[in-house]
Design a protein around this ligand. Sequence first.
Ligand code: SF4
Length: 362
Amino acid sequence: MNKLELKKAIEACHAKGQKVALSFCAHVPNEILEAAGFCSMRIFHINDIVDTSERALPRNVCPAVKEVYCLLEDEAIKEADLIITESSCDGKKKMYELITAQDKVYYYQVPQGNERDYVRPLLRSEANYMIKTLDKRFGAKVTADSLREAGKVSNAEREAVMALMDLQKSVPPVTTGLEIYKAWEDAQLIPDRAERTAQLLAARDRLAQSGAKAPQDAKRILVTGCPIGGVYEKVLTSVEAADGVVVCFENCEFAKVNLRHLDTEAEDMIEALVDCYQNTPCAIMGDNGRRFALLKKLAEEYKVDGILDIALTTCHAYTVEREKMHRFCGELGIPYLFLESDYADTDAGQMKTRIAAFVELL
Ligand code: SF4
């Protein structure tokens, strides 16, 4: 997605009389925003953002944090009605305080773990606070029924994303990881969730019918780590140039968040939201045992030969979790490669060489 496409998506929602809420993290419960009548768009990566963050941010901050800062200071999103910021990692949390349009900002607090006693009451309190604030600021009412309806639409999208990735379970996989990622990325241009789901399902059918493209003996790679929107082309083309094939994405765009499910039949819909969002195996969580359990399950289901862990430069959560990942993959008996990268292309050659050597060893 580029700035113009984002601007057009916001305008399309306004033309339908719908307000737009932008968010940047999978911890944000989009169902509440949609139940309140907003179009909720999660932004993963904007291709043509120029880095103008140096006056406000230290140089050695994660590229995702810099990019979100630059976008939030850009004309392209001036028309957005609400900006949902969140306390996921410390870099993002403090960066949001620098945004000029503070009147549009809403802060969502994310727990720092999944299992402690305080987690569920915090998630519950945050959900209720968001509902109250939307009413106060916009007169937008959220009811149990509107949450149920928003939940059904969100669940359908999650299932469609997983159905797209599930094409890769077959041996040989149906297509390349690059095709799967691009199909997902193209769908992100569509602001309406139901229409986006339809496009994801259509892409899945198209790829399924196009016949197996990946070589029979290609080594099967699982990609884990940070969101890869700004680096996916260099990573995935390197895997494929080395005769590997990405069969599974564990990160935020795919399994990590799309295996979550909101129980739309629950009596207490806030409790159902808590169940759903508590189950987010993200590296900002300490301890993050759910990520390891998820990786084990995915490695078996997708018959993985190697695990490729991609972290954005200076992302402490993922770069420090690397050592645990290394030990864990050793216990699983699955070869593991960790790479740190940013949105520039300067490391593309080095990345290609390291990935080629890794795939060669499998
Ligand atoms: S990649 Fe890491 S540092 Fe960057 S925004 Fe995500 S959690 Fe924060």
